[in-house]
Design a protein around this ligand. Structure first.
Ligand code: FE
Length: 242
């Protein structure tokens, strides 16, 4: 069966990566909840998409130069007065559910990897007993390599940006996946068809789709029988999958 991941907690249904989004996703029959993490200046880990604060919060500038207390004081746009969750809080929300965590490791505002972020996140997941129920994803190949070499995780997925797909082609994707020891890739929905799927599955890769955000796109990836897809409209995905 094709698995459904509620992307940023269902970003077209509710404010992305917000407590409301995650509470609502936790009550759904989705297979996975997708979210993004960044470190704070004082060593905490928060759930937020952008490396900067401007688009989705009342704050401005890079996220990681702020302390957790400073970030907590910000309001998430589109909410009454909700605040960024820590990774530990998100883990606590999903621990009682059967939903797999699909944790995306983000780079900083200059697109540099955050040193030690995966290790710090693993410590939080271990405290919640959720390492074995967590799939790590990233566009950063080095980060995926680190995750692929980490025992006990439920998986490591390399997210392939369309520009990278253009640049290195399907053979290049296969070669990178082999080099970094990862067994799963995520391809943008509008760059995935039966030919791409077959080519990547031939060497044994698991193939998922991301940015599957319309009813038509959902129907298409279900017909292709991709392994998993992330969607901003999990309610529609569940209804269509049936
Ligand atoms: Fe993400």
């Amino acid at each position: 069966m094709t698995l459904i991941a509620s992307h940023r907690g269902g970003a077209l249904h509710w404010p992305e990566n917000s407590p409301t989004a995650f509470r609502n996703t936790a009550a759904l029959a989705v297979d996975q909840v997708e979210f993004d993490i960044h470190p704070t200046a004082d060593g905490a880990i928060v759930v937020h998409h952008d490396a900067t604060l401007d688009r989705t919060t009342s704050g401005t500038g890079p996220l990681a130069t702020h302390t957790l207390a400073e970030l907590r004081a910000l309001t998430l746009k589109g909410t009454a007065d909700e605040h960024m969750l820590t990774l530990a809080e998100l883990a606590a929300l999903f621990a009682p559910t059967p939903i797999t965590l699909r944790m995306e490791i983000k780079p900083d505002h200059a697109h540099r990897p955050y040193p030690g972020l995966l290790a710090a996140a693993l410590a939080v997941l271990d405290a919640a007993g959720l390492r074995g129920r967590t799939v790590v994803t990233s566009f950063l190949a080095d980060t995926v390599a680190e995750a692929a070499g980490t025992p006990g995780l439920a998986g490591a997925i390399w997210l392939v940006a369309p520009a990278v797909q253009d640049d290195i082609g399907l053979g290049g994707i296969e070669a990178v996946a082999r080099d970094i020891g990862c067994k799963a890739v995520g391809i943008r929905e509008n760059r995935l068809d039966a030919t791409v799927l077959a080519a990547l599955r031939a060497p044994g890769l698991s193939v998922g789709a991301w940015a599957v955000n319309s009813d038509d796109a959902i129907r298409r990836v279900l017909a292709l029988e991709v392994d998993v897809f992330t969607t901003d409209i999990p309610l529609a995905a569940l209804a269509i999958r049936g």
